[in-house]
Design a protein around this ligand. Structure first.
Ligand SMILES: O=C(O)CCC(=O)C(=O)O
Ligand SMILES: [Fe+2]
Length: 277
């Protein structure tokens, strides 16, 4: 059986069939999936009931895995974190963001497995930073080229929501101490494809360093709005056992918070990345 790739929108996204993610990948399958990820930035697989172990093994084909500092994980597979509305307040993912850009080396990508989904609602959207960058005018691209921006963990993980118990507070303070605000380029070059992408996100980006504060506020506001124009996005309607895999180096996503009190349970394995340039 060979891998079939159905593009879902011009900007990004493809549905992949012809592969069973519960089994170990052949080298050929791994390379075909990596190629598809480079071409389409986010991939979707239907009907893939995978265990946390199988999910971690699949994700580990593409890099080392990250253990998240805040979210709960599967005890016997700590690289798989649990997003369960019955356990964690996941509202903070209802903002356009790129995962963990508060790290010096943000995630390369992630593999998200839908365990329990609401009858309707709870969709996730992705946006292509490549499409957003390419649609900017030449003068704006020139202005942004070479600028850097500050990314701060506390923007998406505010103390008010993540420090409610003594244990949570201690973990939050430890995480903040280990992850002081840092800088990344505003325009990122994909380390493999060489394509250029807008790399600021509402979840973690607080300031364009080289601009004055008012200029930075105005330009970031413009860039956040620009990068999530419908033309650069795709919206996925989940079924249980769907798996999504995204290239976190050149995309953002938004988990729509419209379904509570229905329960929604997702498992995520996060693949470590490299320093943006
Ligand atoms: O729950 C989702 O659909 C996505 C949540 C999210 O932002 C993530 O897993 O990185
Ligand atoms: Fe996320």
């Amino acid at each position: 059986m060979s891998i079939d790739i159905q593009p879902l929108s011009p900007a990004l996204g493809a549905q992949i069939s012809g592969v069973d993610l519960s089994r170990d990948l052949t080298g050929e399958q791994r390379n075909a999936i990596e190629r598809a990820l480079l071409d389409h930035q986010v991939l979707f697989f239907r009907d893939q009931p995978i265990t946390p172990q199988q999910q971690a093994r699949f994700a580990a084909h593409f890099g080392d895995l990250h253990v998240h500092p805040i979210y709960p994980n599967v005890p016997e597979q700590p690289e798989v974190l649990i997003l369960d509305t019955a356990v964690t307040d996941v509202r903070d993912n209802a903002i356009w963001h790129t995962d963990v850009t508060f790290l010096p080396t943000p995630a390369l990508g992630a593999v998200l497995s839908a365990k329990q989904v609401p009858a309707y609602g709870g969709d996730t959207l992705w946006a292509s930073g490549i499409a957003a960058f390419e649609a900017l005018s030449r003068p704006m691209q020139t202005l942004l080229d070479g600028l850097t921006a500050t990314h701060d963990f506390t923007r998406s993980f505010p103390l008010e929501r993540f420090g409610s118990t003594a244990v949570d507070l201690a973990r939050w303070e430890e995480t903040r101490r280990k992850n002081p605000p840092l800088s990344h380029p505003v325009i990122r070059t994909h380390p493999v494809s060489g394509r250029r992408a807008l790399f600021v996100n509402d979840g973690f980006t607080t300031r364009i360093n080289e601009l004055d504060a008012a200029e930075s506020d105005a330009i970031l506001k413009l860039l956040f709005a620009h990068s999530t124009r419908p033309e650069f996005t795709l919206r996925w309607r989940w079924q249980a056992n769907d798996v999504a895999m995204w290239d976190n180096r050149v995309t953002q996503h938004y988990a729509v918070d419209d379904y509570r009190p229905q329960r929604r349970v997702m498992h995520r394995a996060t693949i470590l990345g490299d320093a943006p340039f």
